[in-house]
Design a protein around this ligand. Structure first.
Ligand code: SF4
Length: 457
């Protein structure tokens, strides 16, 4: 475990220990899986592709498909043109996808491979069959994080597909952010409940959360179709959920097709979900149905029932920037104190926004972008917290310091059911509350003196 983590914090410039992020291509691969009939393609060596696939598989508990340009020494010296050309030929011949979504890796970026030129050459040589598509995103892992990669692939979807074809259609685009398939399903349920036609891109529901039928489909029924992607250019508006993961694609769509966009944050917790519902109502010109109002009421009821247990509790939060920003807002609404807040992804917006959220209730909160879990552990050792919320890597700190941990965000590698329950929306907030209560009450029941061991809470 991490019991030997030193108390003394020394400045580090060129070393990250347990970074709270992962490779850019992982995000690009995940986004590409949200296009119907798409084969993600990793332009680099096989090791990168294997790692990225297995990381996604371990979180989503589903097989993740992707192909590789399989670089060896030759490609590293002379460039990857021959490898990509051969790969595209093989992919369309053997796997027959509708779309191949190419992302780069550190190696192909360092070489400086010109992917658009390579795709153009393959098209001219007839390697890309008629009616099929190859898109690309540059995803060098030595900058950004998996969230940057996700955002770049979403932007590529707009760049390659979106077009204004037949004037404005009565539909809303939703860019959901780097959330689980079950969250995307929940967002679609909310829009359907509000009787709004929407196009979500990407959409990994029914791709990475499939029922067990005994039959394997390489291209499941889910994912945003190419036709829907093209029609995003005709929509009334785009709602982009998350500054880091979704705003770039929405901006590109506005610039390319003139679709106005609303920049929102991930709808995690009460007020962030309120903002989404408000934006949906405004842009689509619909009323909020009773069913949604009742869901909201149930969440408020649970929040007020639990307030006595949450009030004043010190929390450490680590994870992806869009998730952490919205979660901090929710924790403040619960009267909790997010005293340590970090993300591994770079971006000043993170620190500014979290500071804005916490400045009144937790003015001395320590907030850091581009941070790692080692430093978070040192902060906790110096001044402990009551709860840690973050991905599976936080369990090492939780065990070393005997602090309850709620698994939240990506990746969750050591639990099974996170992929079944949403985090977004009013019902997602209730699920999150339930997880917080379970771990904190379990610890109290385990450790409290006998005279405080209560049957009724
Ligand atoms: S950091 Fe770069 S080289 Fe390493 S696995 Fe990620 S993409 Fe590949």
């Amino acid at each position: 475990m991490l019991n030997a983590t030193p108390l003394e914090i020394k400045p580090r410039e060129a070393l990250r220990i347990n970074p709270a992020k992962t490779c850019q291509p992982i995000g690009a691969m995940y986004a590409a899986l949200g296009i119907h009939g798409c084969m993600p393609h990793s332009h680099g060596s096989q090791g990168c592709c294997s790692y990225h696939r297995s990381h996604l598989t371990r979180h989503y508990k589903e097989p993740v498909i992707a192909t590789s340009s399989s670089f060896t020494e030759g490609a590293s010296v002379f460039g990857g043109l021959a490898n990509l050309t051969q790969a595209l030929n093989n992919i369309f011949t053997i796997y027959n996808p509708d779309v191949v979504a190419v992302h780069t890796t550190c190696l192909s970026e360092v070489i400086g491979d010109d992917i658009p030129m390579m795709i153009k050459k393959s098209a001219e040589e007839g390697i890309i069959p008629a009616g099929k598509y190859v898109i690309h995103a540059n995803t060098p892992s030595f900058v950004g994080s998996h969230i940057t990669g996700f955002a770049s692939m979403c932007t590529a979807m707009v760049r390659y597909f979106s077009e204004r074809r037949m004037g404005m259609r009565n539909q809303i685009n939703l860019v959901p952010g780097y959330v689980d398939p079950v969250d995307m399903r929940e967002l679609k349920r909310i829009t359907k409940e509000m009787k709004i036609d929407s196009i979500m891109f990407p959409d990994t529901s029914d791709v990475l959360d499939l029922p067990q039928t005994g039959v394997y489909h390489m291209y499941p029924k889910g994912g945003t179709t190419v036709d829907d992607l093209k029609s995003t250019g005709d929509s009334m508006a785009t709602l982009a959920l998350g500054h880091f993961a979704s705003h770039p694609a929405a901006t590109e769509l506005d610039e390319k097709c003139g679709v106005p966009c609303a920049f929102l944050e991930l709808p995690i917790g009460l007020s962030q979900t309120d903002r989404l519902i408000h934006a949906l109502r405004n842009y689509a010109g619909v009323d909020v149905p009773d069913s949604i109002t009742q869901e909201r009421g149930r969440l408020i009821d649970v929040m007020s029932d639990m307030h006595q247990y949450f009030h004043g509790k010190r929390v450490a939060v680590a994870g992806d920037p869009d998730h952490v920003i919205s979660l901090c807002q929710f924790l403040v609404e619960l009267d909790m104190k997010p005293v340590y807040v970090i993300t591994g992804s770079p971006g000043n917006h993170f620190e500014n926004r979290v500071h804005e959220i916490l400045k009144d209730q937790v003015p001395d909160a320590m907030i850091k972008q581009n941070a790692d879990l080692f430093e978070l552990h040192q902060w906790i050792k110096n001044s402990p917290v009551d709860l840690i919320i973050g991905n599976s890597y936080c369990k090492y700190i939780a065990r070393a310091e005997n602090i309850p941990a709620v698994r939240f965000g990506f990746p969750i590698l050591d639990r099974m059911t996170h992929r079944l329950f949403p985090t977004v929306g009013y019902s997602g907030a209730m699920h999150l509350l339930n997880k917080i209560v379970e771990v904190t009450f379990d610890k109290r029941d385990r450790e409290c003196p006998e005279e405080l061991f209560e049957l009724v809470q």
